[in-house]
Design a protein around this ligand. Structure first.
Ligand SMILES: [Zn+2]
Length: 210
């Protein structure tokens, strides 16, 4: 690995509605403050449950139905608490890395009929600019070398493994589709390789039967 770009700069206990976590803040040369919420002895050498969540202001904070981020975040924190041991990384890479303004501009294009990938391309942006190097560095700092990764996204597995964190198991994450996010979830499955088959009944959900 090249010299680490993420530096641990603060930590404290963080009691939440989901339970009590320890919170670590990491700083990077780009002045992005990334967060790790941990539970239990994750650095003891056994594979840790890991969720890598990318910031989504509209989904995480406002409860937007355009995506499934807010529900995935809440479900992940609940799931970690249920296990009593694990870590959630909260990466400040809004809109898959394109930033908030670009993400909202892409929403406007989607209102004209483009899907989430086509909208990014129309704005001259890649479909996904996320980088998992900083996530791997944070896990290394926390003593996690092997992960049981909570994800439906193969790119996250590759991203972590490329940077030295072995993914020993993929734990699927389940989010029920709603009428607003159905097209988004389908695009994630069909164009971005997300492993949603068997996880959510996208076809039956279309007519409201699921
Ligand atoms: Zn989102």
């Amino acid at each position: 690995m090249i010299s680490p770009s993420a530096r641990r700069v603060a930590e404290a206990n963080l009691p939440t509605r989901y339970g009590a976590f320890e919170m670590f803040v990491y700083d990077t040369p780009e002045r992005k403050e990334h967060v790790a919420l941990t539970l239990g002895a994750i650095g003891d050498g056994d594979p840790a449950l890991v969720r890598v969540h990318s910031e989504c202001l509209t989904g995480d904070v406002f409860g937007s139905n355009r995506c499934d981020c807010g529900e995935q975040l809440a479900d992940s924190l609940r799931f970690l608490q249920g296990h009593g041991r694990g870590v959630l990384l909260y990466l400040r890479q809004e809109g898959r890395g394109i930033g908030l303004a670009n993400k909202i501009s892409a929403y406007a294009l989607q209102e004209q009929g483009l899907d989430t990938v086509e909208a990014n391309l129309a704005l001259g942006l890649p479909e996904d600019m996320r980088d998992y190097r900083v996530a791997a560095e944070m896990l290394h700092d926390l003593g996690v070398r092997q992960a049981r990764l909570l994800t439906n996204n193969p790119a996250k597995i590759e991203g972590l493994e490329r940077h030295g964190v072995e993914v020993v198991e993929r734990v699927p994450i389940r989010v029920p589709p709603n009428p607003s996010n159905l097209a988004y979830l389908r695009t994630k499955r069909e164009k971005m390789g997300h492993l949603l088959q068997g996880v959510m009944p996208l076809e039956t959900a279309q007519d409201g039967s699921a």
